[in-house]
Design a protein around this ligand. Structure first.
Ligand SMILES: Cc1ncc(COP(=O)(O)O)c(C=O)c1O
Length: 401
């Protein structure tokens, strides 16, 4: 996830372009800014890149999820289905709206299992948030087909798969809305930042209003005279982030994804020599962003053993099963209903009744897959690291044979 690795002259020039006009705010100041609207330009180029009609830049990937949910009108009384392997932001944003996250299993793509969705649908279900985890596609066409059949909206959390495609079509563009993160460790970065994409003009307008205190963005009047259709909040992106985004987007395919794919192939070739290793199912390997290589061992014991040897050799892998931020069983604050609010909302009502509660053992398939799964993060500048990783793989392979 290495956008930060390629910050160079292009980013600096874009940033200086903003600073030289003393114009940090994305709206208004039309005379002073001399035609430069970096966030707006970034939105346009990002929408074109994804092949969609509308893109709205926001302050983070978490904000993008919340803005998308609010644009769809989701809130208290609603349920949203998502997966038990994701970053906490996916379900935090659902809880933030007052809706309740319902967790479903992942499958061999390590993303939401379409087969587990139907049993999780209730009369309260309004949306599904599949997450294109760790750089590659969920079974998104199966998921949108189920959603269509049941009248549900799909928001694709594409925070970890910016630039990914399925048979040429951009991830994030399959559902009603797609969301992205450009935080400091993402494939392309604006430091902090996010994007919402959609082909639906009404949803775009609602998202745009909500993310800017409800401003109706009426071009006929000055900003101070704009009206409101509903209450909103501030999730705006600033011009410096827009400028960064433009420079990074222009490198996404030609530098970032190209190099990641080359590096991943070298590591995958080494892993492929080991009999007992299988790989995550990637529905379209050509559209993989290659930010991670994820592989499975036959048992959890073998995975831990393999990882221990890799670590001894100075090339430890990511073992998501023991990761506190990405896996259901490790989210004790969710499982124990810990809230910053006095009443324990959103887990409890004002009068102390339970609104939502979670059982740690409710996702056995996710537990089995993740307990056997190891991941190696792929960077751009790995030329020195790769021989070491390959050597560690060979030694670890012998240790589990
Ligand atoms: C799957 C997923 N969704 C959402 C987010 C939130 O993005 P941000 O850090 O920009 O708020 C992240 C960030 O890591 C993520 O991995």
């Amino acid at each position: 996830m290495p956008g930060y690795e390629v910050i160079g002259q292009e980013e600096k020039e874009e940033l200086i372009d903003v600073l030289s006009r003393n114009m940090l705010f994305r709206y208004g100041f039309d005379a002073e800014r001399k035609g430069i609207y970096k966030v707006q330009q970034f939105e346009k180029e990002f929408a074109d890149y994804c092949g969609v009609k509308h893109a709205l830049a926001v302050s983070s990937g978490t904000a993008a999820l919340k803005v998308a949910l609010l644009a769809l009108g989701i809130g208290p009384g609603d349920e949203v289905i998502t997966q038990g392997f994701t970053f906490v932001a996916t379900w935090e944003s659902i809880l933030e709206t007052g809706a309740v996250p319902v967790f479903a299993e992942i499958d061999d793509t390590l993303c939401l299992d379409p087969k587990d969705i139907v049993s999780k649908i209730t009369p309260r279900t309004k949306a599904i948030i599949p997450v294109h985890m760790c750089g590659a596609q969920a079974r998104i066409t199966d998921i949108t087909a189920i959603a269509d059949k049941h009248g549900l909206s799909v928001i694709e959390d594409t925070a970890q798969s910016c630039g990914g495609r399925l048979h040429g079509k951009a991830l994030g563009s399959f559902g009603k809305m797609g969301t992205f993160s450009f935080d400091s460790v993402k494939t392309m970065t604006t430091g902090e930042g996010g994007m919402v994409i959609t082909n639906d003009r009404d949803l775009y307008i609602r998202a745009s209003e909500y993310h800017d205190h409800g401003h109706d963005h009426n071009p006929a009047v000055s900003r101070g005279l704009e009206k409101r259709n509903f209450i909103g909040f501030n999730y705006r992106m600033m011009e410096l982030q827009g400028a960064m985004g433009l420079a990074q987007l222009r490198k996404l395919d030609s530098v970032i994804l190209k190099k990641q794919r080359e590096n991943k192939t070298r590591i995958k070739d080494a892993l492929s020599m080991i009999d007992r290793i299988t790989f995550r199912n990637i529905p379209d390997p050509y559209g993989d962003t290659a930010t991670f290589i994820m592989f499975l061992l036959p048992t959890a014991e073998k995975a831990e053993k393999f990882n221990a040897v890799m670590a001894q050799e100075g090339a430890g892998t990511v073992y998501w099963y023991k990761n506190d931020w990405h896996y259901f069983e490790r989210w004790e604050h969710l499982l124990e209903g810990k809230s910053a609010v006095r009443s324990a909302y959103p887990f409890k009502t004002e009068s102390g009744e339970t609104r939502c509660a979670y059982d740690k053992s409710s996702l056995p398939k996710t537990a089995d897959l993740l307990s056997r799964c190891l991941s190696i993060g792929i960077n751009i500048n790995m030329d020195e690291q790769i021989p070491k990783i390959i050597r560690a793989i060979e030694i670890a392979g012998k240790a589990i044979s």
